[in-house]
Design a protein around this ligand. Sequence first.
Ligand code: DAH
Length: 347
Amino acid sequence: MENEIKRLEEEFQKDFQEIKSSKDLEALRIKYLGRKSAFMQLFSRIPTLAKEEKGIWGKKLNTFKNKITSLLESKAGQGENNEEKIDLTAPSVSREEGSRHVLSTVSKEICSIFERLGFITIEGKEIEEEWYNFEALNIPSEHPSREDFDTFYLDIGEKDKGKYLLRSHTSPSQIRVMKESKPPLAVISPGRVYRPDEVDATHSFMFHQIEGFAVAKDMNFAHLKGVLLHFVREFFSTGVELRFRPHFFPFTEPSVEVDISCFICKNKKVEDSKKKCSVCKGKGWLEILGCGMIHPKVLKACGIDFKKYKGFAFGMGVERIAMLKYGINDIRLFYENDVRFLKQFSL
Ligand code: DAH
């Protein structure tokens, strides 16, 4: 037995020197350790040996097996050796790098314009309390948006039934800040909002808004106009004009909706349907946000003396602004994660 092991070892060493490929390596493993190998035959003889011999030869054969195995493994680790050389001229495996989503970019850009005017950015709460989303903003309990089907209420427990909801706008951020801080205040607050809307080209059950507001002793509508004019000229184009249309919001008085002159056709109202601007549809104006002077009842709900302090507030939809700026015609494109769409906006 001693001689046979020795002979096997010598034979293996010779074969081992001649290995050229990973195929040779596998062939060698089968030849020396496979089921039909000489080694296995030696192994199968162990039960026939005398008791004291069994242990000795078992050990020797195991040592032999370990040696062969580790030699084969060491060769296998040598980078699939000679036959598979690395081709330094081959093109590298490309790695896709992620980038910021267009909605995040637009939201950040809007916030930073206001930050440069001295506004500070804060995040409100997506799970909001009913009082902050409605009552404090002067939205009475009989208002239709207080119905279950107009707002996502959270079923947290019997005790808190109807108390928590997914905020339907970013305006409750105003309340959170005004209750906790003293004027003067100038705040911008971006985030997601939720409404049980049917999804179509212009609606989604979740979208993004940016809320802005400022409170100080002598704040008036002219300040609001000035701030907004600065914003639209920075964001869209230096030549755009603003148009204010009277509107109603419970939390502002007076309230207005704001349009900008179309930055694509430069407000050239064209009646001929074939020549109409595709962005403003020939109207010359684009609606961009709602705003107004903060209602005294809202200031009061936050513990601010409404005789001493005044404030303005505005709210805009990020998707809408991004769609206008980039001529995107379907809101669903933002959420489908199609990289062919998203890549167009990556920096
Ligand atoms: N919260 C309003 C909405 O979701 C948007 C809005 C309008 C916010 C006027 C305001 C504002 O702060 O003054 O439709």
